[in-house]
Write a protein that binds this ligand. Sequence first.
Ligand SMILES: [Zn+2]
Length: 74
Amino acid sequence: MQYWDGDDMATTDDGSNGMTEPCEVCGVETLHEVSVQIVTEGGTGENARYSREPYRVRECQRCGNRESQRMNNA
Ligand SMILES: [Zn+2]
């Protein structure tokens, strides 16, 4: 790809910023900033316990559309 400042070389997981992915709003592949957020979910109903779930958050660098997607479907 492009020249990249190697300032995040120590990052362990594959959460590298700057992914080219299709954007629903733009309708084309655009550069997205991708990060992982740990979201604390309050349990409701029978399993009333809190869990911390990683969400993959991506933000289109062209239109600013943000999408978050839960990484664990358990
Ligand atoms: Zn977009």
